[in-house]
Design a protein around this ligand. Structure first.
Ligand SMILES: Cc1cc2nc3c(=O)[nH]c(=O)nc-3n(C[C@H](O)[C@H](O)[C@H](O)COP(=O)(O)OP(=O)(O)OC[C@H]3O[C@@H](n4cnc5c(N)ncnc54)[C@H](O)[C@@H]3O)c2cc1C
Length: 392
């Protein structure tokens, strides 16, 4: 079985001995428990595999690093960004769906661990960490993706609490989640200042899975409809009208980790390309004996190192307590864009085998694509970086 990060990266100054031990343990666990072999990509099989992987990650203790709050079973009071990134990179390297399952537990529970009441934390966080409850983060709508503040889903105030009405779409874990963190308009003010966050149980009357969405690399994904779903004030996360802040602070924790997942996919592609270049014979020598191949491998490795440096710079800075708006955006943009190029070069080197369904590079080619779109498309990251450069 291939190993992931070599000793060279782990000796970079962003890491200390505890990260190196963590990475070794993690890699050996992944080699024992995760397989890269192609799985059945039918909707029911992918759903079942996600549920299995969440339980496996919970039993392995890894979900404790996706959630904050030691009183509830988390590894630390605040998520350690470098461990979070090492986890996502390593899981993505071995098995893309395991990275998805891991990331969604963190993103889905993030708002509760950052802004939840003690009761909300006690009710949800232990079961998320143990892999017994699947979490989801429901922010996007058909008319509000990049432009989050344009959301229309409404939480109408009632004497008992609120009635949720509207749609959410592209919701990962939609259809298999046990609860959703839902953002809805409460109209304290226009735009971003009139949104609140709620935790809503999947079995709430009026919450309907309107459509399951199939994408290039199958993950559980759905459009949700809220038909006057009754929620109490105790289900609101944070202050009324501060839901936009709740969403953005949650995404801030996880943005750098999307870059780390891209690193894992890209590093695997480079590993596959190197093995193929050594073994594939043509014109009386190996593919790797051609200088054009060596140039491609050099380009892939350089893009990968650049992404790795940007990703762990952002992770390290965050762990020092720094604000990392620009650095996280640079990491997310560069790592996902570079990974797409690296994987494409690996596919090209594999010839027909590169596009054969079930080959590792073919599945990486599909896995990487959505990362350039979700949690802020590349263009959104460009705007964040540009504005930060201009206005600080
Ligand atoms: C696989 C997958 C999983 C997802 N999971 C979740 C989830 O769990 N929860 C959730 O809430 N959402 C989720 N999403 C939704 C995701 O966050 C949105 O798709 C994303 O924010 C983009 O929104 P949109 O699709 O509406 O595209 P739009 O907002 O319509 O943007 C379309 C394109 O326009 C370009 N663009 C955007 N802004 C600008 C700009 N300012 N200037 C120039 N060009 C621009 C970008 O290229 C962008 O891709 C998921 C999406 C995918 C694909």
């Amino acid at each position: 079985m291939a190993t992931n990060q070599g000793p060279a990266e782990l000796n970079w100054p962003f890491f200390n001995a505890s990260h190196r031990d963590f990475k070794r343990l993690l890699d050996s666990w992944c080699q024992r428990h995760l397989i890269t072999a192609t799985h059945d990509e039918s909707r029911s099989a992918v759903d079942a595999e996600c549920v299995r992987l969440v339980a496996l990650l919970g039993n392995g203790g890894w979900l404790a690093h996706a959630v904050a709050g030691q009183a509830h079973g988390a590894a630390a009071e605040q998520i350690e960004t470098r461990n979070l990134c090492l986890l996502r990179e390593t899981l993505a390297y071995h098995n893309g769906l395991s990275d998805f399952a891991f990331a969604m537990q963190g993103l889905g529970a993030g708002a509760i661990s950052l802004h939840g009441t003690p009761e909300q934390k006690a009710r949800y966080l232990p079961s998320v960490i143990q892999g017994k409850a699947l979490a989801a983060f429901a922010l996007s709508e058909p008319q509000a993706g990049s432009d989050v503040a344009a959301m229309q889903c409404r939480a109408q105030s009632t004497p008992e609490g609120y009635l949720l009405e509207g749609h959410k779409t592209w919701i990962s874990n939609g259809g298999i989640a046990h609860f959703y963190v839902v953002f809805a308009r409460t109209d304290e003010a226009p735009g971003a200042k009139g949104i609140s966050a709620f935790v809503v149980s999947a079995d709430s009357p009026g919450l309907v899975i309107e459509e399951r969405i199939d994408v290039v690399a199958p993950h559980p994904l759905a459009t949700l409809r809220f038909d006057k779903v009754a929620v109490t004030a105790a289900q609101r996360i944070g202050t009324a009208g501060e839901g936009f802040k709740v969403a953005m602070t949650t995404l801030d924790v996880f943005r750098t980790s999307v870059a780390a997942a891209a690193l894992g996919f890209a590093r695997r592609a480079l590993h596959e390309a190197l093995s193929w270049a050594r073994s594939r014979q043509m014109f009386g020598q190996s593919l790797g004996d051609f200088q054009i191949t060596q140039a491609k491998l050099a380009q892939m490795a350089t893009l990968l190192d650049a992404s790795t440096l940007l990703t762990y710079r952002a992770a390290w800075l965050r762990d020092q307590g720094e604000r990392i708006t620009r650095e996280a955006a640079m990491a997310k943009m560069a790592a996902t864009e570079n990974a797409q190029q690296i994987i494409d070069m690996a596919v090209q080197m594999h010839g027909g085998m590169g596009v054969k369904k079930g080959s590792v590079v073919e599945s990486l080619y599909r896995e990487i694509r959505a990362l350039r779109i979700y949690e802020g498309a590349t263009e959104v990251q460009q705007l964040i970086i540009g504005k930060d450069l201009l206005h600080g």
